[in-house]
Ligand binder design. Structure first.
Ligand SMILES: Nc1ncnc2c1ncn2[C@@H]1O[C@H](COP(=O)(O)OP(=O)(O)OP(=O)(O)O)[C@@H](O)[C@H]1O
Ligand SMILES: O=C(O)c1ccc[n+]([C@@H]2O[C@H](COP(=O)([O-])O)[C@@H](O)[C@H]2O)c1
Length: 261
């Protein structure tokens, strides 16, 4: 298991973002830090392209804006618009590869004039870090790898979807699991341990699959928020207040202005 620097990338619809989407990053960061599984230097949320065509997927500019509102207080998780700017839907392997390549490029060039994308973690852009004595000592002693690896951050339902026939290509799963690795947070009703045991490909790459039991369980989902909004009921405390205001203001998910506050 890599002990180096890690950037977590969460792919999904985020229609709308819930507080659990953002909790995933905090849960993963704490867990990986306490078990010495790598140093998290950044988090990226990558909303899916409209062409993914999932039911109730509001246009990407709305989802991006809601994510930005949700992440206002986060110093280390950023929104990447790259997937939404492509001509069509991008497979997750391609998205991970793009983010990894861009990180590598900026990390090796240290060229701040190169217009880095806004989602690039500050830790990678902060060239001054390189001269920090602690960092230098660690590197000289060979204790820490200076590689930065992206890892897919997801809930256990996404892991389960790997077994849906025809959904993910075997070749992509080999790359996602073998080259990058994934960090899976348990979700009500799913059993990631069993999934790994029952899937040959997950079992093969089990050392690259970090499973985190989320003991503060929550079944909140975008579906629940959309349902409440549609019924004119309040989704307060399931997502950021600013997201709720945005939904009402733009009449998303069948919102009417009389949503109870
Ligand atoms: N409550 C949760 N616990 C753990 N993981 C979650 C939870 N909610 C969402 N996720 C994870 O967040 C990522 C993005 O999920 P997605 O946008 O599909 O959210 P969702 O709430 O499941 O959406 P929907 O209800 O529209 O299917 C996925 O990896 C998903 O597994
Ligand atoms: O790469 C693939 O083959 C692939 C197959 C199915 C789903 N995905 C990604 O998984 C995410 C699923 O999001 P959601 O909201 O349907 O849970 C989304 O980011 C998709 O692009 C990716």
């Amino acid at each position: 298991m890599s002990q180096g620097k890690v950037v977590l990338v969460a792919c999904g619809s985020f229609s709308p973002p819930t507080y659990m989407h953002l909790r995933l990053f905090e849960i993963a960061k704490d867990y990986m830090h306490s078990f010495g599984l790598g140093t998290i230097v950044g988090g990226i949320v990558s909303p899916v392209h409209d062409a993914y065509g999932k039911k109730d997927l509001v246009p990407a500019p709305h989802r991006i804006e809601m994510l930005k509102l949700s992440l206002k207080s986060s110093s280390w998780v950023k929104v990447s618009e790259w997937e939404t700017q492509q001509a069509g839907w991008s497979r997750t392997r391609v998205s991970l590869q793009y983010h990894q390549d861009t990180i590598n490029k900026h990390k090796s060039s240290h060229n701040l004039n190169e217009d880095p994308p806004s989602w690039l973690p500050d830790d990678i852009l902060n060239v001054n870090n390189i001269d920090e004595p602690d960092n230098l000592n660690q590197m000289l002693n060979g204790n820490v790898s200076d590689d930065v690896t992206v890892k897919l951050l997801c809930g256990a339902d996404l892991l389960e979807s790997f077994a849906t026939p025809g959904l993910w290509s075997d070749e992509d799963l080999e790359t996602i699991l073998g080259r990058y690795g994934i960090v899976v947070v348990s979700r009500v009703g799913s059993d990631p341990g069993r999934m790994i045991n029952e899937s040959d490909i997950l079992y093969k790459y089990r050392r690259n699959v970090i499973v985190i039991s989320n003991y503060i369980t929550s079944d909140v989902s975008s579906t629940v928020i959309r349902r409440l909004v549609r019924r004119g009921e309040s989704p307060k405390y399931l997502t950021d207040d600013a997201v709720i205001s945005y939904i009402i203001q733009h009449g998303l998910y069948g919102a009417r202005s009389q949503i109870k506050n």
